[in-house]
Design a protein around this ligand. Structure first.
Ligand code: HEC
Length: 155
């Protein structure tokens, strides 16, 4: 019995070591301040605070990589969420969205908060502090409403 437990233990250590060989890179590409959301439109400090706290880890180039993301298999999941998140919505590159696209993205931010689909549930279970309160959600939706005309008049 003891021998079997040792064997399973050794097998697990070897397996854990083996999967570390496939380690996709955790990147934080440099941020050009002239390309960010903040360069495009006025963003009140209260809105910035919520976005930076609850969304920037997956939707910007300023990801705070948690310690467990250093090791497979958690690493695979976190890297893939961040890459996919940045592809869909990137606050560090928001200025690159053309007018109508920027409006659509802004609308989606409010929508995702109203539906409770963002931040991702798995992320929330590990970062309970990232939960967006109903007051914060309303604050962000009001801000989205307030910038629509400005975004519409952009190129
Ligand atoms: C743990 C990573 C993670 C966090 C944190 C996160 N998101 Fe996302 N987000 C994703 C991923 C992955 C997708 C793309 C797949 C999907 O829609 O589920 C996405 C998609 C989106 C989209 C859809 C964009 C499009 O064009 O389809 C919006 C809008 C969005 N997120 C807003 C937010 C907001 C607002 C926050 C903060 C309150 C947030 N997200 C926090 C990972 C995250």
């Amino acid at each position: 019995m003891k021998k079997n437990i040792t064997r399973v233990g050794v097998a697990l250590v070897v397996l854990f070591g083996g999967i570390q060989l496939y380690s996709p890179e955790r990147t934080n590409p440099p941020v050009d301040p002239s390309n960010t959301l903040y360069a495009l439109i006025p963003v009140p400090q209260e809105v910035r605070t919520v976005l930076e706290r609850s969304c920037f880890d997956c939707h910007s180039h300023e990801t705070r990589w948690p310690w467990y993301s250093a090791f497979a298999p958690a690493r695979w999941i976190v890297v893939s969420d961040v890459e996919e998140g940045r592809e869909h919505l990137n606050f560090s590159e928001f200025r690159k969205y053309k007018s109508l696209r920027a409006i659509a993205k802004a609308d989606m931010i409010c929508e995702q908060l109203q539906n409770g689909t963002m931040p991702l549930p798995a992320y929330l279970s590990l970062h309970p502090g990232a939960q967006v309160s109903p007051q914060e959600r309303d604050l962000i939706c009001d801000w989205v409403e307030s910038i629509r005309d400005t975004l519409f008049s952009l190129e």
